[in-house]
Write a protein that binds this ligand. Structure first.
Ligand code: NAP
Length: 297
């Protein structure tokens, strides 16, 4: 008799499966675990606790991965009620559902739970102090999960790029190959750009290690301002980095404040899983080679 196939014992459910992180996760997990369920917002609204519970009970995943969020920082500032319903109460709903059904929960969170004033990389145990509604709603979601579910994982990530939906990276890369005038980027908001496919690999490592629980940080190596990021993306895309001009954050009248510098320390993740995230520029080269930017018409 053949030994049981371990991939059949793990039944992941990805919530927010057509988002930037969710789509990379679906692409990695679906071929690996035949019982993967990928749920988009129209199929599962985590703000609706009872419908979500019915669906999760019916589909019976062993591990629920929540990538669903109001992820647009200015949108969250302008509509804090909806941000709270999804980022905080939606996360709390999943914690209650997973506790009752004895399911593991892996939840994605953000570097924006910090105020960005530390002047060094943030460890998992550092004090949180979000400066905007997005960060506050995400922090309430983290707290509900960690308080309610002993074996849950909260994975904080930062400034995502990659295939799935258009990001700042894609806009800059497109401008780089389109020629023309200056490319403007904020001279601030220092963080570690992170490739969605590397995040998917980190989530896979968490899925395959059922003993991992609590908070982890995951981000590619290299902290940059938006200006330094844009310059590097232009260079990697074959354009002229001198076209990138810095813009002072105060000069933009944006609804939400941003933390000054939120680089995540990833030593805990590396020690647990035996691999360190690669530099973001290596990931960016891979992404650009597979998805060459198209010049604007
Ligand atoms: N993107 C970043 O730079 C970044 C940085 C740090 C942390 N994060 C965190 O990483 C996670 C994934 O972010 P992402 O960039 O993949 O975001 P995303 O591309 O905006 O994807 C989020 C998904 O959640 C869905 N969603 C929204 N409200 C929902 C609800 N009530 N029920 C179910 N699904 C809902 C969205 O659907 P619709 O599109 O139809 O609204 C979207 O498909 C989030 O927890 C985010 O806070 C992201």
């Amino acid at each position: 008799m053949n030994p049981p196939d371990p991939s059949l014992a793990i039944r992941p459910m990805i919530i927010g499966a057509d988002g930037l992180v969710g789509s990379a996760l679906a692409a990695l997990l679906e071929p690996r675990f035949p019982h993967t369920v990928s749920a988009t917002r129209t199929e599962m609204d985590i703000a609706d606790r009872w419908a979500t519970e019915l669906d999760i009970e019916r589909l019976d995943p062993t591990v629920v991965i929540n990538t669903a969020a109001i992820s647009n920082v200015d949108e969250a500032e302008q509509d804090p009620e909806t941000a709270g319903e999804v980022n905080a109460e939606g996360a709390a709903n999943l914690a209650a559902i997973c506790r009752r059904g004895r399911r593991r929960l892996i939840h994605l969170s953000t570097d924006y739970v910090f105020d960005g004033l530390a002047g060094r990389e943030y460890e998992e145990a550092d004090l949180t102090a979000p400066v905007n509604e997005y960060g506050r709603s995400k922090l309430r979601g983290e707290e509900a999960i960690l308080a309610g579910l002993a074996d849950a994982v909260v994975l904080r990530i930062s400034f995502v790029f990659g295939p799935g939906r258009e990001t700042f990276f894609d806009k800059i890369a497109r401008q780089a190959v389109s020629g023309g005038g200056p490319i403007r980027a904020i001279d601030g908001w220092v963080t570690k750009p992170t490739y969605n496919r590397d995040i998917a690999r980190a989530v896979l490592a968490l899925i395959e290690d059922p003993g991992a629980s609590g908070l982890f940080h995951f981000a590619n190596g290299g902290a940059v301002s938006r200006f330094a990021f844009a310059r590097e993306v232009v260079r990697l895309a074959g354009g002229d980095p001198a076209r990138v001009e810095p813009v002072a954050p105060e000069s933009l009248d944006l609804p939400a404040a941003r933390p000054a510098a939120t680089p995540l320390a990833t030593g805990l993740f590396a020690a647990r899983f035996g691999w360190a995230p690669r530099p973001w520029t290596d990931a960016a080269r891979e992404y650009l080679a597979e998805h060459p930017p198209q010049a604007a018409p």
